[in-house]
Design a protein around this ligand. Structure first.
Ligand SMILES: [Zn+2]
Length: 233
């Protein structure tokens, strides 16, 4: 019996979004693949859009988008935090860490996905650094795999060279690309016109680029800061 490793070994997975939509554009194909592997999927959304920064209609639209995406993926659980979108830098890091530790202790995930440390979007960096600060090995030994995903229009739109993303894990999403594009399009206000990276073509080309890097037709790429292999897992 071959031992399961990497993402094939995921069973209890926490997906962290700084903003609802990070998960769809960043790892939509992988999410659908994990769903088909019958992993337990918990989605944590750290922020909310709010008035008057967004109109009542936009807030309502975004809430509807979240429900549609949650149903599309079939998350087992959705955890909502209330930090205001675009104002997350106004809160102490300790607030984020305390809340994240509560989630981890309750859920005990073996795998965590998060936006990455090299995005220009500082809230993605807050998400990553919160995961980093909350997964000290002695306190959360059950966390065996941590992956940061790329977020189109954030990972790529930072100044290249200054914010270098070190992707080192690839997931073949060939079977899931069409479904991923559909999932991204559920965020109606986030879909752009090509050459916007969040256009349907942008999502496809991005997947093709990452696919070519690993010899697959379509892929998503990740940076894995920590993977712990246990025997016979
Ligand atoms: Zn985001």
């Amino acid at each position: 019996m071959p031992s399961r490793h990497g993402m094939n070994a995921c069973e209890n997975v926490l997906i962290v979004s700084a903003h609802a939509d990070d998960e769809a554009f960043g790892m939509g194909g992988t999410l659908l693949r994990l769903r088909d592997q019958e992993c337990r999927l918990t989605w944590l959304i750290m922020s909310r859009v709010w008035t008057p920064r967004w109109s009542e209609e936009e807030v309502e639209q975004r809430e509807g988008d979240i429900d549609r995406v949650a149903e599309f993926v079939g998350f087992d659980d959705v955890i909502r935090w209330d930090f205001p979108d675009n104002r997350m830098d106004e809160y102490p890091r300790d607030d984020y860490q305390a809340k994240m530790i509560d989630v981890l202790e309750d859920l005990q995930p073996d795998t965590i996905f998060s936006p990455g440390p090299s995005d220009w979007n500082w809230e993605h960096r807050i998400a990553f650094e919160t995961v980093e600060a909350s997964t000290k090995p002695v306190y959360s030994p059950y966390v065996q795999q941590i992956y940061a995903f790329e977020v189109p229009s954030s990972t790529d739109w930072g100044y290249q060279g200054y914010r270098q993303c070190h992707r080192n894990v690839y997931v073949d999403i060939g079977e899931y690309l069409t479904e991923k594009v559909k999932m991204c399009s559920l965020y109606s206000t986030e879909v752009g016109e090509y050459p916007h990276p969040r256009s349907p073509q942008g999502v496809e080309y991005w997947s093709a680029m990452r696919g070519m890097e690993c010899g697959r037709e379509a892929a998503e790429a990740f940076y894995a800061p920590r993977i712990v292999h246990d025997e016979a897992k």
